[in-house]
Design a protein around this ligand. Structure first.
Ligand SMILES: Nc1ncnc2c1ncn2[C@@H]1O[C@H](COP(=O)(O)OP(=O)(O)O)[C@@H](O)[C@H]1O
Ligand SMILES: [Mg+2]
Length: 337
């Protein structure tokens, strides 16, 4: 893929990799056969991104996104129905379907429940909203509480995404619900997928300064390596914030974009210094102990030496690296020897 430089800060760009193609194929076939489905995987693995991208590509779907929390109750589904649906009186009884005035005849409403396993259980150990959804899927309708009439759903389907139930605050979804929904496990992209994704973003980034174009591979490989080193060294067992996902790499590049965009010219030394600065802010600032912080400092220099050859890394990455000028709001990162 070839992206324009400003696409670096857009949040809806999905770079095609074998993983994204696989996921897209599976999700599309479930969606178009109107089955409910659930994606499960660690935070930052791309569940929300993939689902949104698939649904955006299918104009026959209308998307209603709900972000579940521990306090979410069935009322939220009534609100969605009120906003997107109408009830018609047909010979077969009352039917609820996506509003015909706003949407053409054959559109399907997809209710996307993000973080679907967050709602807390009640005193009977039940997630009420999940059981309500189970009934909607299993029986195809519900009893309207104002007049006790049965309302049948038409062209409405459910999709969910969640972190593994072993993560804190999560509830294992009931098997009575899960037996209706196929489950797709999503994991972090492998190293070569990461390189592919972020090479594409870095390519776009360096379009801002074409003189640096030849460094795209060094930049990508160094970022991915530093990220993986951190991910392996620091785990959530040590501290809850030690969680590393591709979001970090996306933020790294976005941070660099913000600084590089206003600049007229940039040298490779300045690029490396900025790379180091953004990397430390992302990876070092979350660390707790000084030993860990030092490790991070040393590794950053090691990785830089490995990938940016013929450059005096010690000098270029000389600490402290301080950039911001709060008054002008312009990043300045003069590299001076
Ligand atoms: N193939 C890809 N193309 C572009 N960005 C990606 C890709 N894979 C992962 N990412 C990055 O990873 C992030 C995944 O975040 P998100 O979809 O919110 O994860 P989840 O919903 O699983 O917690 C995206 O925001 C993006 O920055
Ligand atoms: Mg998500």
């Amino acid at each position: 893929m070839d992206l324009e430089s400003h696409k670096v800060i857009a949040s809806d760009v999905v770079v095609t990799t074998t993983d994204t193609i696989r996921h897209t194929e599976v999700i599309t076939s479930w969606l178009t056969s109107h089955k409910p489905l659930i994606l499960c995987g660690p935070p930052g693995s791309g569940k929300t991104m993939t689902l949104s991208a698939v649904i955006d590509n299918h104009p026959e779907f209308i998307l209603a996104t709900l972000n579940f929390s521990s306090g979410t109750s069935p009322d939220i589904l009534y609100k969605v129905f009120a906003q997107y649906c109408e009830i018609i009186d047909s010979p077969d009884g009352l039917i609820m379907q996506p509003t015909r005035q706003s949407y053409s005849e054959d559109k399907w409403l997809i209710i996307f429940c993000d973080e679907i396993n967050l709602p807390a259980v009640d005193k009977y150990n039940t997630q009420r909203i999940i059981m309500f959804m189970r009934q909607l899927i299993e029986q195809g309708g519900f009893w309207r509480n104002t007049d006790n009439k049965w309302i049948r759903l038409r062209r409405i389907q459910f999709v969910g995404a969640c972190n593994p139930p072993t993560d804190s605050g999560r509830v294992s979804l009931s098997h009575r619900f899960m037996r209706h929904t196929p489950l797709l496990m999503v994991d972090y992209p492998a190293e070569n997928s990461l390189k592919q994704i972020y090479r594409c973003f870095n390519n776009a980034l360096l379009k801002l300064h074409p003189n640096l174009k030849s460094h795209v591979d060094s930049l990508t490989n160094s970022m991915v390596e530093f990220y993986i080193l951190n991910q392996q060294k620091f785990t959530v067992d040590i501290a809850p914030q030690y969680i590393y996902s591709p979001r970090e790499l996306s933020r790294w590049i976005r941070g660099m974009y913000e600084a590089m965009e206003p600049l007229e010219v940039m040298t490779i030394e300045e690029l490396i210094r900025l790379w180091g600065h953004e990397g430390l802010r992302l990876f070092q600032d979350r660390l707790i102990s000084n030993i860990e912080k030092n490790w991070c400092d040393i590794k950053l220099n090691e990785v830089a030496c490995k990938y940016f050859t013929n450059i005096d890394i010690e000098q270029v990455l000389l600490r402290p690296i301080l950039y911001s000028n709060w008054l002008s709001k312009v990043y300045c990162f003069k590299y001076s020897v």
